[in-house]
Ligand binder design. Sequence first.
Ligand SMILES: NC(=O)c1ccc[n+]([C@@H]2O[C@H](COP(=O)([O-])OP(=O)(O)OC[C@H]3O[C@@H](n4cnc5c(N)ncnc54)[C@H](O)[C@@H]3O)[C@@H](O)[C@H]2O)c1
Length: 320
Amino acid sequence: MRIFIAGGAGYVGSPLIYRLLASGHDVTVFDRLNFGAEALVPLLGQKKFKLIQGDVRDVDAVSRHIQGHDAVCLLAAIVGEPACNRDPALAIETNLVGARNVLNASLAARIERFVFVSTCSNYGVVDGDHLVDELAELQPISTYAETKVQFEREVLQMKQDHFHPTVLRLSTAFGISPRMRFDLMVSDFALAAVKQRKIVVFGEQFWRPFVHVADIAAAIELSMGAPTSVVSRQVFNIGDNKNNLQKLDLAKMVLKYVEGAVLETVTRNTDPRSYRVDFTKAKERLGFSAQWSVEDGVREVVDALKTGVWQSPSDPRYYN
Ligand SMILES: NC(=O)c1ccc[n+]([C@@H]2O[C@H](COP(=O)([O-])OP(=O)(O)OC[C@H]3O[C@@H](n4cnc5c(N)ncnc54)[C@H](O)[C@@H]3O)[C@@H](O)[C@H]2O)c1
């Protein structure tokens, strides 16, 4: 397949690009390179790989470069609540206007497969401990999630016969990526424990689902290759029922691997998101199952931090 990945140089995108190339696909990455493209440097020069610095808000550039592909995956976004709150206008222009450009250009180029990468943050605050599936009501509580919910609706409403859009609602990602992020909960807790010997947990009872970046890459590849009867106009939560954790349990898990680190809990409601998610649909219909447990991911990042893999993990380039 010839695959166009908008936003492929980022945390989730870069491991995906390595996987798709290893599977033999032709891959074009179209990315504004907000965090540079170092993550993809080892791929430069490969015949099946093309890197374009481009902005999804630029209709002409998107339309020109998207031609000739069989599948599109849209990852490009201003990602996370803090980044969207810093510049809500940019978030809306990127996550909605830019996303529409990619969608319209895909339709005009008669590209059949379109995978939109969305988020389980769309579930917002779910009362109680029950699991929510893809049919649950969406309750976005941030500009970030609002843009994702809105664009999901627009993609799924597209009714052209030849067009097969799929929405993947990812759990919070963890794991080591060539473009590392230390603002995500697993790596954030691991870094705090290793460097400060202390994890401060806000909202320790809140539930969150987690998924490793390698498993996300597998899920995206699976959904692009699955029969259209399985994926067309479908939404899938991506994660594993076993990887739903309360923040306190995650913090305790990290402490197991960092001797002498302590825990502090703080009552504060700045991020009241809490949701426990059901991933049965992706397992039954897509045949997706996560290979990584959260505990394996904790061990992976704690070991790497102790080894000194990143010289300055607190550097702003690792934060969105
Ligand atoms: N990381 C997570 O936990 C998580 C969870 C759920 C969903 N997602 C979704 O996965 C996708 C990727 O997230 P990530 O964690 O890799 O974030 P990231 O910030 O590392 O990657 C986003 C990429 O998009 C690019 N980009 C931003 N604006 C652009 C523009 N105008 N034109 C072209 N490219 C642009 C950036 O340069 C970056 O390479 C996002 O759509 C995000 O909503 C991520």
